[in-house]
Design a protein around this ligand. Structure first.
Ligand code: PSU
Ligand code: MN
Length: 303
């Protein structure tokens, strides 16, 4: 079963224009708080479109796999949702869920199924701190390895165990390419102290690497782009807020899929929404970088 393409996405593909997929969890009530979620949707789509590509929000709507939404469906995308990771896609379809919001893992599955090569998000999921006890490792990591798609993100969310997250990506053979940076970004901050294995300077370079990687049978590639400097938050301040948010999630006995939304909400509360502002800026920037990469891949294909 292939995802249904919106008219705009179909038209873009017919015209050979590049397409960039987006997840919907970040735009739903599970992701950013209202009205920032709507602003994020508008800004990400505009960033992709002003770079000459077509934005394709992924979701399950009324039990149908979707790639690209029509304008009026923005209200649904920004509303209440059930979280859909890759393993939930089939259930959401068979049970006819009104709105299943795709995480990175589900969005990558839909992008790959439709042959879309580039995907943008804020931060991927990864290995949670304390995963040794809880076993909580996001399905995003396996999906990144499995699907031949370039993902652009600002690293992984900084409340995760970043060293283990990136070790996992190495084991899974996912190239991690630093977008004009030498250190892995830490989502709301520009650096984590962890070096990237490879630095890239341009979309064309990413496209050429991706082409060879896929030719050799590789799966996904991760481009990590730091948050624009003007929007970045100081790492020390965040460390404190993160410790507090994780304690609170733990005290509430939050487990599984509920952890990420709970932690993000607490962080917004204790920083006076500054994490939300930062999240908007980095998501928009990642969308713009992804559109550039999609354009570069399209040029290579045409050559
Ligand atoms: N990044 C954000 N906000 C989010 C997420 C990531 O800034 O809401 C979502 C993404 O959809 C990601 C998911 O795929 O969290 C990971 O959830 P989990 O840790 O349960 O796998
Ligand atoms: Mn999890």
């Amino acid at each position: 079963m292939n995802p249904e393409l919106s008219l705009a996405v179909s038209a873009a593909r017919a015209a050979g224009r590049p397409v960039v997929c987006l997840e919907s969890t970040i735009f739903s009530e599970l992701g950013l708080p209202s009205p920032a979620n709507r602003e994020a949707l508008v800004r990400c789509c505009a960033a992709i479109e002003s770079a000459g590509a077509e934005a394709a929000v992924t979701a399950v709507l009324d039990g149908r796999l979707r790639l690209g939404i029509d304008g009026a469906e923005g209200d649904v995308i920004c509303g209440p949702a059930r979280k859909v990771a890759a393993r939930d896609l089939a259930v959401a379809v068979a049970q006819g869920w009104r709105y299943g919001a795709t995480t990175v893992s589900a969005a990558l599955a839909l992008a790959a199924r439709a042959g879309v090569q580039v995907f943008a998000t804020g931060g991927i999921g990864g290995v949670h701190r304390g995963a040794r006890d809880t076993g909580d490792i996001s399905a995003d990591l396996d999906a990144l390895a499995a699907h031949p798609v370039v993902t652009v993100s600002s690293g992984a969310k900084a409340f995760l165990d970043l060293p283990r997250t990136f070790e996992h990506l190495e084991t899974a053979s996912v190239p991690v390419l630093g977008w004009r940076c030498d250190e892995l970004p830490a989502f709301w901050s520009r650096s984590s102290g962890l070096p990237v294995t490879h630095r890239v300077e341009s979309a064309d370079e990413v496209a050429r690497i991706a082409r060879v990687h896929w030719h050799l049978g590789g799966g996904g590639l991760l481009v990590v782009a730091p948050i624009p400097a003007a929007a970045a938050l100081p790492a020390e301040e965040l460390d404190e807020a993160i410790a507090h948010a994780l304690e609170r999630a733990d005290a509430a006995d939050q487990r599984g899929a509920g952890v990420t939304p709970k932690v993000l909400a607490t962080l917004a509360e204790v920083t006076g929404d500054r994490t939300v502002e930062a999240n908007l800026a980095l998501a928009e920037h990642n969308a713009a970088v992804a559109a550039e990469v999609a354009g570069a891949l399209a040029s290579l294909d045409a050559a």
